[in-house]
Ligand binder design. Sequence first.
Ligand SMILES: N[C@@H](CCC(=O)N[C@@H](CS)C(=O)NCC(=O)O)C(=O)O
Length: 227
Amino acid sequence: MAKAPALKLVIGNKNYSSWSMRPWVLARQAGIAFEEVQLKFDEVDGGLRVAGIEPYSPTRKVPVLLVDGEPVWDSAAICETLAELHPEKQLWPAAAEARRVARSICAEMHSSFQGMRGAMPMNIRASLPGKGRDPKSEQDIERIIAIWTSCRSRFGRGGDFLFGRFSVADAFYAPVAMRFRTYAVELPRLAKDYCAAVEALPAVREWIEAARKEKKFVAADEPYTKK
Ligand SMILES: N[C@@H](CCC(=O)N[C@@H](CS)C(=O)NCC(=O)O)C(=O)O
């Protein structure tokens, strides 16, 4: 059997980096071994820079996965690569119809929801009830609840997650569960239960615990908090 490639996952601040959270939670929850390299955000001209990213990623962004030293960048490509390297982990739903929907909602998460992203940045250690609610973020929240409701009722019978057992789709939506808690978004029962299931995942708990210990304040991700 071919030797499993060495995996190194480069991530940003656990408190803020929603894109980093996806592949980290996916790999950790699935029991895929990887070396973690955590870099920190620096602020430049009101924006962000990942200090020390240059040797790892051509985009200078996190996350990036090094597979035997070769970079795979962008969280979507990284999650696909993890699924391809580990077919035995069944990171996508097994049934073709469910898999098509899972891919669609991941692509939607990846390319949309700018209203929520802008007004409600991930900030795990913060409590900001009611902040960030405007017509665009409200619209995004409604759409996410509709996605969760549809997936749970159509495909969720085998477990507590969007497609029953934990999959890439849950890793993509885990940062949303973090935002809903920080901004205390009122949710219908099904969405509340789904967020609780996500938060109870050992990998998510580990991420949250580490995020809460981080002290670094990044103004670009803190529109509601004065330093
Ligand atoms: N679409 C990318 C987005 C990655 C991204 O924007 N990462 C942010 C941090 S969460 C970053 O590295 N920003 C630093 C920069 O823009 O220089 C992905 O899914 O990985």
